[in-house]
Write a protein that binds this ligand. Structure first.
Ligand SMILES: Nc1ncnc2c1ncn2[C@@H]1O[C@H](COP(=O)(O)OP(=O)(O)OP(=O)(O)O)[C@@H](O)[C@H]1O
Length: 753
């Protein structure tokens, strides 16, 4: 139905015009305000040179602030001018009159009347729009429950400032809109979904921000999207107490960060830290390490390499909470050794502070601080105490010398002896007091020299390679574990698995520097984290405001990561736990095929319920070897259907590289995606499965020859990840009969059942 057929079309058109006009007017005003502030700054700058500058300086600062606010507002308004709102609720709060509230990506109040022109989607009242129900509803404002009645919901499609569609929403139309949003073409980057957020997603976005939340969500259920919307909601709701710089999203790779980068500004969020665990740890510890390729082990496992068992064993060990406990014992030893270095503090022969007091400060009073910070505190105390005591000593000694001199002058009769005694006393005093004065000034600093700075890298390495220490701190390890651990640590290669330990030691020994001390953390692909990684993050940042989203079915790093959510829930006992079963990304046909692959894993992972959107059945193209010409033709055919983002997914990186080399000879449009690269639209993107995790494309071809998918848990998971990437079309090239239970005729494309 066209928008103009709706009975309220004229009224809605008026409303849109009114909103746009009002926004234009505001824009004009903000532009003028920005220009005035700029002019004021310019003038004050001129005045700086010849007048008393403090007033001009204040002027500049104030105007710079006004300018920033005006330009921020201007940007915000310009951003939504073409699409000021997407929905309306007819709502009556108890005790007040009914209102029509228009919901958009920002809020706008009429300057004179204070009436809301647009209500922000993150505002408390907008919750009733997402909550699903029509009728009596409740919503929470500042912790207090409000109730009211929702009469109706209406949605709009506004494009380029034009009203294209109006829909009154009951449950079915809601679904229709979602279907429409989902059938759109995938960009190479993620987008915001504010107009179609589903109830179960809304519950996660708005879940108590002060408590942790853990989400197990199926492939394509919107985990990444929801985590980003929760950040936007977080800043809207708690922005007064948190700088965006104190929020961090941890993503698996730079490639992934590139994929999500554009959504945050769309959601009105900037300046939050978007990084990988590796970069975060290196930043927070200030260490420069050459890390082994984080995916190398996975690749070796996928390639079926021999040295697997030990590698897996060590990775698992390093990710375990037992490893943390061993490090805790090591820190206790360092603490004890440090404590033993405390001795009584003297200035000359005067004892200033007893060692027991310093030890007590170190071990008890400051026990909540990292060791280095405790020493810093103690150094501060020593400094003030020695300054005070130095003065006292000098005063006492001066008085004592004076007394002694008096006694000599008036008590010794013999001239020669008296002279000798007074001269001796004066000489002694003139030498001793300045010496004490000098020594006293340096006492604190000289005393603290016995403590050498904690070198995290060295301390960790020493521990890893010292058999005696390992026996002492990790008594429960078997002889085999100990031997393998020490032997590989001697080799000196740093790997991702060491980072949790380095972060943990940094936190316990030195503390995390302020710029890295995040207050809220959002972890995507959390199934790839080990228990120790999560524990180290929580302890180092000293917060439990964590949003943790992941999918165990995609746990391709499970040789080193968590294998169940119980472990994570134990680490965050206050956490809410939610699941998302529905997949929004892909079609029922593709999901069914992917579920078939997942079903082969014994672990009993939850199968995914697709949001019923139909599409072509995945096609199997049986082939014995890689034929670049055929893939190229298939790619062209897919593009001809209007799909823009198309990926060719392999099992391993080496096969992806080989395929790119061979395809590049036929087509310039092919591109290899690596951890650090950014996907480009309109090219054939070749990527190994583990890097494609989290991304999505219009269409996907999965191909594996040199390194085919085998019937193992790991291979099934990688294949599952690959098969759940497309929104619309999936092609399997090679021999997939093992997973599909059917082998098609050679050469002919065959449809899967
Ligand atoms: N409520 C919704 N309305 C419209 N689109 C949605 C909605 N929820 C999710 N989507 C879309 O579904 C796709 C998958 O979302 P997202 O990538 O966030 O899922 P995910 O759970 O992180 O997936 P994966 O585990 O496979 O990485 C995206 O294109 C997203 O825009």
């Amino acid at each position: 139905m066209a928008a103009s057929d709706h009975p309220d079309y004229a009224e809605e058109l008026d409303r849109l015009e009114y909103t746009k006009e009002y926004m234009q007017r505001l824009l004009g005003e903000t532009e003028r305000e920005a220009a005035a502030s700029r002019e004021n700054i310019r003038r004050s700058m001129g005045d700086l040179e010849h007048l008393d500058s403090s007033l001009s300086y204040i002027n500049i600062l104030t105007n710079a602030r006004f300018f920033e606010m005006a330009s921020g507002r201007q940007e915000e308004l310009e951003g939504v001018l073409q699409n000021p709102y997407f929905a309306r609720i007819h709502f009556k709060k108890d005790g007040e009159g009914a209102e029509l509230l228009y919901i958009g990506k920002t809020s706008l109040f009429h300057r004179e009347t204070q009436e809301p022109v647009i209500v922000d989607w993150r505002s408390p009242v907008a919750n009733v729009y997402y909550d699903g129900r029509i009728g009596d509803v409740t919503y929470v404002v500042n912790g207090e429950e409000n109730s009211g009645h929702l009469f109706a919901k209406r949605q709009y499609k506004i494009e380029g400032g034009e009203l294209k569609d109006i829909r009154d929403v009951d449950l079915t139309t809601n679904d229709e809109l979602l279907q429409e949003a989902l059938s759109g073409k995938a960009d190479v980057r993620l987008t915001e979904i504010v107009s179609t957020i589903q109830k179960e997603q809304n519950d996660i976005i708005r879940a108590n921000l002060k408590r942790p939340i853990i989400v197990q969500g199926a492939a394509g259920s919107g985990k990444t999207t929801i985590a980003l919307h929760r950040i936007s909601y977080f800043l809207y709701t708690m922005g007064a107490h948190f700088h965006p710089e104190k929020l961090m999203i941890l993503a698996p790779s730079e490639l992934f960060i590139g994929y999500i980068r554009d959504v945050l500004p769309e959601l009105g969020v900037d300046k939050i830290r978007q990084t990988t665990f590796e970069t975060f740890v290196l930043g927070a510890t200030g260490l420069k390490l050459k890390l082994a390729d984080p995916d190398r082990k996975l690749e070796l496992l996928a390639e079926g390499s021999e040295m697997n068992r030990e590698m897996v064993l060590l990775s698992r060990l390093k990710g375990s909470l037992g490893f943390r406990d061993a490090l805790d014992r090591y820190v206790s030893l360092i603490e004890r050794d440090t404590m033993n270095l405390f001795e009584d503090v003297y200035i000359e022969k005067f004892r200033i502070i007893k060692k027991e007091r310093l030890r007590r400060l170190f071990k008890k009073e400051f026990s909540y601080l990292p060791l280095q910070k405790r020493l810093d505190r103690i150094a501060g105390i020593l400094k003030t105490e020695t300054a005070r005591k130095r003065k006292e000593i000098l005063n006492t000694l001066t008085a004592r010398y004076e007394q002694a001199l008096d006694k000599a002058l008036f008590g010794i009769r013999d001239d020669r002896r008296r002279r000798e005694q007074t001269t001796r006393l004066i000489d002694e005093r003139d030498e001793r007091l300045p010496a004490i004065g000098k020594e006293g000034k340096k006492t604190a600093a000289a005393y603290m020299k016995r403590f050498s700075a904690f070198n995290i890298k060295k301390l960790y390495r020493n521990w890893c390679t010292d058999e005696e220490l390992i026996r002492k701190t990790a008594p429960e390890w078997t002889a085999g574990e100990r031997e393998a651990f020490i032997r590989t640590s001697h080799a000196g290669q740093w790997e991702t698995e060491d980072l949790a330990a380095l972060l943990y030691l940094q936190a316990r020994l030195k503390g995390i520097p302020e710029p890295w001390k995040m207050r809220a953390v959002f972890i995507d692909e959390a199934q790839d984290y080990s228990a120790f990684q999560l524990a180290a993050l929580r302890d180092a940042l000293d917060t439990d405001m964590f949003t943790i989203v992941g999918d165990l079915a995609q746990g391709i790093h499970s040789y080193r990561s968590v294998r169940d959510w119980e472990t994570v829930r134990d680490l965050f006992p206050r956490a809410a736990f939610r699941t998302l079963q529905k997949s929004y990304r892909t079609t029922a046909e593709i999901m069914e095929a992917a579920n078939g692959v997942l079903g082969g894993i014994a672990a009993g992972l939850p199968l995914v319920e697709p949001v019923v959107r139909r599409g072509p059945v995945p096609e199997v193209h049986w082939a014995e070897s890689f034929n670049p010409g055929a893939v190229h033709d298939l790619y062209r055919a897919i593009r001809a259907k209007g799909h823009r983002s198309v990926a060719l997914i392999t099992k391993t990186s080496r096969e992806a590289e080989e395929m790119v080399a061979r395809l590049a000879a036929l087509d310039h449009e092919v591109m290899l995606l690596g951890r650090g690269s950014g996907p480009e639209s309109g090219r054939l993107l070749v990527v190994p499965g583990h890097l494609a995790k989290g991304l999505e494309f219009d269409a996907v071809m999965v191909a594996a020859f040199r390194d085919p998918f085998r019937d193992s848990e790991l291979d099934r998971k990688i294949l599952y990840v690959a098969m759940t990437r497309p929104m619309h079309e999936l092609h399997l090239i090679g021999d997939f009969s093992m997973f599909l239970g059917k082998r098609s005729d050679q050469g002919d494309p065959e449809r899967m059942q």
